[in-house]
Write a protein that binds this ligand. Structure first.
Ligand SMILES: *Cc1c(COP(=O)(O)O)cnc(C)c1O
Length: 291
C-alpha cells in the first residue's frame, strides 16, 4: 500500500493566469484494489470489527458502488467474510463491479428500494441477522465515525502548504474527516456528486459530531456541479474529461473526481478563489465504476 499517497502540482494555464496553484493528492494510487478514500474509510472499521471478535462484515451499496468493491477486496486481503446488500433487484449476469465482488468472496443479497431506505432501522437489521448470522455492520459508503477518523489522517500527510482542500462528496464522510484534520486557517470544499442539497450538509455535520462530538466549522459544499445527479453525466462533463486527459495524461473518474475538477476550474474562472490561492484536490479514486 502506497501511503502517504503522492502529491503532484498540476500546471494549467487556466489557473496560473489567475494566480492559482493546484496540487493533486493522488489517493487513487494508494492501492489498485483498495483505492483512495475507500481504504481510509475502511481501515479503522476493520480494526473495530477485529477487536469485537467479528469474522464477517456486512455493508450496503448500489450495484456500481466502489465501497462494495473495496469491502470485498479488504475482506479477502484481511481475512473477513463479506456480505454486500445491494439496492434493488438482482440483474444477471452480474455487472463488472458485482462480479468482481463475488470473485473476492463476497456473498450478495438484495434489498428493494423501500427496505434499502430503511436499512438503519432495527427490523431491517434484525431480518439481516436472522438471514446471515453474526456480522459487523458497516454503513453505506463506509461512512461512520471510524471512517471519519481514517480520512482525518489525510491532511497531515501533505508537506506542501495549501489554503483550500477539495474533495468529491457522496455520503460526506470523506469531507467530514478531511476537514477535521486541517490546520487553523485552512478550509475544505466538497463538491457534491449527487443532488445532495438538503441532507449532505447535515449528514457531514452529523458524522463530525459522531466522531468528535462537534463540527469543525471549516468546510462547505458546492451543489452546482452534479451534472444531473449520482452517476449522471452530460456531454459537457465528457468534453471536460477528454480535454483534461489530453492536457494532463490523467483520466479522472467521471462519477466523482471529474465533477470536482470541473467545479474547481469553473469556480476559478468565476473568480471564486483569490489570487495566490493554493488548492489541494484529493483524487479520491480511480474510476472503476461504470464508464
Ligand atoms: C466513494 C467515493 C467518494 C465519496 O466519498 P464519501 O465519503 O461517500 O463522500 C468520492 N470519490 C470517489 C472516487 C469515491 O469512490
Amino acid at each position: 500500500m502506497r501511503l502517504p499517497s503522492p502529491v503532484v502540482e498540476l500546471a494549467d494555464d487556466r489557473l496560473s493566469r489567475r494566480g492559482i496553484r493546484l496540487f493533486l493528492k493522488r489517493d487513487d494510487l494508494i492501492d489498485s484494489e483498495l483505492p483512495g478514500n475507500k481504504w481510509r474509510k475502511l481501515k479503522y472499521n476493520l480494526d473495530d470489527a477485529r477487536r469485537q471478535g467479528h469474522d464477517t462484515l456486512l455493508t450496503f451499496g448500489g450495484a456500481y458502488s466502489n465501497h462494495i468493491r473495496a469491502t470485498a477486496a479488504a475482506g479477502r486481503r484481511f481475512g473477513f467474510a463479506t456480505i454486500g446488500m445491494i439496492r434493488g433487484e438482482e440483474h444477471l449476469p452480474l455487472n463488472d463491479s458485482l462480479a468482481y465482488a463475488t470473485e473476492q468472496g463476497m456473498r450478495l443479497g438484495y434489498l428493494d428500494r423501500g427496505a434499502y431506505r430503511r436499512k438503519q432501522e432495527a427490523d431491517v437489521i434484525g431480518a439481516l441477522r436472522e438471514r446471515w448470522g453474526r456480522f459487523h455492520l458497516i454503513p453505506e459508503g463506509g461512512s461512520n465515525a471510524w471512517a471519519v477518523r481514517g480520512c482525518a489522517e489525510l491532511p497531515a500527510e501533505i508537506g506542501e502548504p495549501f489554503d483550500v482542500i477539495c474533495c468529491a462528496c457522496g455520503t460526506g464522510g470523506t469531507l467530514a474527516g478531511i476537514a477535521a484534520g486541517l490546520r487553523p486557517g485552512q478550509r475544505a470544499l466538497g463538491f457534491s456528486a449527487l443532488r445532495g442539497e438538503g441532507f449532505l450538509d447535515a449528514e457531514t455535520e452529523r458524522l463530525q459530531r459522531e466522531a468528535y462530538g462537534a463540527g469543525s466549522g471549516n468546510w462547505s459544499i458546492e451543489y452546482g456541479f452534479h451534472f444531473g445527479g449520482y452517476a449522471r453525466r452530460t456531454p459537457v462533463l465528457d468534453g471536460f474529461i477528454d480535454d483534461f486527459t489530453a492536457r494532463h495524461g490523467l483520466r479522472p473518474d467521471w462519477v466523482y473526481v471529474a465533477k470536482m475538477l470541473y467545479g474547481i476550474f469553473t469556480m476559478a474562472e468565476r473568480g471564486a478563489f483569490q489570487d495566490g490561492t493554493r488548492i489541494m484536490a484529493v483524487i479520491t479514486g480511480s474510476g472503476q465504476e461504470r464508464q
